[in-house]
Design a protein around this ligand. Structure first.
Ligand code: 23J
Ligand code: MN
Length: 263
């Protein structure tokens, strides 16, 4: 079958509901959790603000609209290579210069929810990824890999979501060798359900923040605060993760969507 006919079939399957569109996005609003950097960095992203311009009133008798105050790295969002110093020199490493083909790819969903329920600092290792591949099939070049932790079930609550104590934030993520291994397979990017692509304690790894450091060094992408990964199969879904076309942007909130075959 030729590619156009297959697309026609997918169109029919979308219309009939045998391909389902699953929303992998958290709600953006004043309660959206915001990353808090360690105290040696003075500046953080401000909270989301939604300001009404009009809602069928004297400022707009027949229209409603708002303006936003919104960080690039807020809520369900995309990390572009220029976000990290290791990826600073890629001309196609900004939100407005990444080839759009890279935003849409098959997704591998590695379920770590049982482990994370027992240990908020759980780390996914290269060996665990290889064991997952032995069960579900190989991770292929150009695909997304996402870590399911069900962290989204903590909701839009800053304290619960960041899960910090006097030793810093506690949330799951990848080991250094996990990121090295999936990069060796030629993935397009890595996603996490927590505030960032790295684990809460990743500042102490070598290199620090390996998802950021190594993905962006390789001109690859990160996804953070993904929701509803529990609604995806381990393999077989297609992830659409398109950042806003922000000029020289280092990242962007996204409406992350998955196409999932039903039944
Ligand atoms: C800035 C500095 C450090 C980190 C981050 C942002 C993120 O996690 C992010 O949202 O990209 S670790
Ligand atoms: Mn980010």
């Amino acid at each position: 079958m030729t590619a156009p006919n297959i697309l026609e079939n997918i169109g029919d399957m979308l219309l009939s509901g045998s391909v389902e569109v699953v929303d992998l996005t958290g709600t953006l609003g004043p309660d959206t959790p915001i990353l808090q950097l360690p105290p040696d960095f003075a500046r953080n992203t401000p909270r989301v603000e939604i300001h009404k311009i009009s809602e069928y009133d004297e400022d707009g008798p027949f229209f409603a609209w708002n303006w936003l105050k919104l960080g690039e790295h807020t809520g369900t969002h995309f990390d572009a290579p220029h976000h990290w110093i290791t990826g600073k020199d890629y001309a196609d490493g900004y939100t407005d210069s990444i080839p759009v083909q890279n935003f849409v790819a098959p997704v591998n969903v590695i379920d770590c929810s049982t482990e994370v329920a027992k240990d908020a600092d759980f780390l996914l290792s290269a060996d665990a990824v290889k064991a997952w591949e032995a069960e579900h099939g190989a991770i292929n070049e150009g695909e997304w890999v996402v870590m399911r932790s069900d962290w989204d079930k903590r909701g839009n609550d800053q304290d619960t979501f960041l899960n910090a104590d006097e030793t810093g934030p506690h949330s799951p993520g990848p080991t250094v060798d996990c990121i090295q291994y999936i990069l060796s397979k030629g993935i397009t990017g890595w996603g996490n359900q927590c505030i960032g692509t790295d684990a809460g304690q990743a500042g102490g790894m070598e290199p620090p923040y390996p998802a950021h450091n190594l993905l962006h060094q390789a001109n690859r992408y990160g996804l953070a605060s993904l929701a509803n990964l529990d609604k995806l199969p381990p393999k077989g879904a297609i992830l659409i993760a398109a950042p806003l076309k922000i000029e020289n942007g280092t990242g962007s909130p996204i409406r992350a969507l998955a196409l999932v075959p039903k039944g």
